[in-house]
Design a protein around this ligand. Structure first.
Ligand code: HEC
Length: 177
């Protein structure tokens, strides 16, 4: 083989190798540009808004056991499973329901209708739900749906004439004499 031919073959080989590595680079670039690497989707934004509303709405204070004791640091996976500690007062005894099983058993439309019309026994602040925007109720739904169901159903409400089993908190009002 002549010297020129050797040089020419060598440079062709270099070009081929270079082209191959350029092709790999662009393939790698293509895979990093798939939609999954994009900014958060509308669904992710709704889930985050739902988490924010539950936290700001104080729903965990009653519906999440151990939340207050953790100074609000309990992981989201533990949220809203309901509390077996009854609230006893002139209204009877009420138990903060398991919102994980409750909301996960409903369609979004059923949840929104329920939230806009419910009038739970004290101390459930149901008017907070009546005043939420439809979009906010949908965000709460998206958040709890994303968490999925967890835990058992809590005891049912008891009317005033039925004495509850412990544990319960007494809300009886003591008036001045
Ligand atoms: C001060 C305690 C307390 C707080 C705060 C609270 N809840 Fe409740 N919640 C209860 C109790 C107790 C019940 C059960 C009421 C009953 O038996 O009628 C209840 C019931 C419910 C129900 C079921 C109503 C039905 O249709 O029977 C929903 C839904 C609910 N709460 C959602 C929420 C959400 C969302 C928040 C936050 C915005 C929240 N709760 C904040 C105590 C609370």
């Amino acid at each position: 083989m002549s010297k020129t031919l050797i040089l020419a073959t060598a440079s062709i080989a270099t070009v081929v190798l270079l082209a191959a590595s350029l092709d790999r680079a662009s393939a790698a670039e293509r895979t990093t540009k798939t939609p999954t690497a994009k900014a958060p989707s509308a669904k992710a934004a709704a889930i985050e808004q739902g988490r924010y509303l539950i936290l700001m709405g104080g729903c965990n204070d009653c519906h999440t056991p151990g939340f207050n004791e953790s100074a609000g640091k309990l992981p989201v996976q533990e949220w809203l499973v309901g509390s077996p500690v009854g609230f006893k007062g002139p209204w009877g005894t009420s138990y903060p329901i398991n919102l994980r099983t409750f909301i996960n058993s409903m369609t979004e439309e059923d949840w929104i209708k329920n939230a806009q019309t419910l009038q739970g026994a004290p101390p459930m602040p149901w008017w907070a739900l009546h005043n939420m925007k439809r979009q906010d109720l949908a965000a709460i739904y998206a958040f709890v749906k994303d968490l999925g169901p967890k835990g058992e159903n809590m005891p049912s409400y008891l009317p005033p004439h039925i004495a509850p089993q412990p544990p319960y908190i007494n809300f009886d009002v003591v008036l001045p004499k």
